[in-house]
Design a protein around this ligand. Structure first.
Ligand SMILES: [Zn+2]
Length: 212
């Protein structure tokens, strides 16, 4: 005898204790998954960032939509000069979450503007601005000038205007998203007025995306 009180004998076989440990670890992992994945998704969005037009400082562009587009989607065309190759700028600082091909590129280029039409957005970029706000930029001429994971500043060039994907003519298709949904695009704190695609609608705005 060692003088220690005898240890009570467990009535649980060893094997079922192992099962309990595995179950407990599984429950813990599920809780961590909920905390890490679900909580940020259901968290209320942060305040609207001060987005700027995704085109060069001082330039005036026509913003528009048409039936069959989609609610809140904005198409941008310059009111002067060619659209092809014009710089596309980040509306606001953030982190790139998509930079590549959406659908297919197709064959529409400055040399062959009526070439075969692609599908979807063509070359595109999506930026996460934090607070569950995102912007996306479609139909770029060439592969994006940024990479997934890269940090971009407001006004930084991310690509060039083109006509890749399902695009009739060179232009920039642009969206602002809050949480799960598209919302009316605001530029420089002013709503665009583009809220639905029931009727054709255009408005002219001058870019104040002029850097710090
Ligand atoms: Zn569009």
């Amino acid at each position: 005898m060692t003088g220690q009180p005898p240890r009570p004998r467990s009535h649980r076989p060893r094997r079922s204790r192992l099962v309990l440990v595995v179950l407990a670890l599984g429950a813990l992992a599920a809780l961590v998954a909920v905390a890490v994945v679900v909580v940020p998704l259901v968290r209320p969005p942060g305040p609207r960032p001060l987005f700027q037009l995704p085109v060069a400082c001082g330039e005036t562009w026509q913003l528009g939509t048409y039936p069959g587009h989609d609610d809140y989607d904005v198409d941008l065309f310059p009111i002067e000069g060619e659209a092809w190759g014009r710089p596309v700028l980040a509306s606001y600082g953030g982190r790139v979450t998509e930079a590549g091909v959406n659908g297919s590129v197709g064959g529409r280029t400055p040399e062959d503007p009526e070439g075969p039409r692609g599908r979807g957005g063509g070359y595109w970029v999506k930026i996460d601005h934090g607070g569950r706000w995102e912007t996306q930029y479609l139909h770029l001429l060439e592969p994006p000038m940024v990479e997934v994971g890269q940090r971009v500043e407001q006004g930084e060039q991310i690509g060039k205007v083109g006509s890749t994907g399902n695009s009739g003519a060179p232009h920039l298709h642009y969206e602002q998203r809050r949480g799960w949904e598209k919302v009316e695009a605001h530029f420089d704190g002013v709503p665009s007025g583009i809220t639905h695609d029931d009727t054709e609608y255009t408005v002219r705005r001058t870019s104040n995306n002029c850097g710090g």
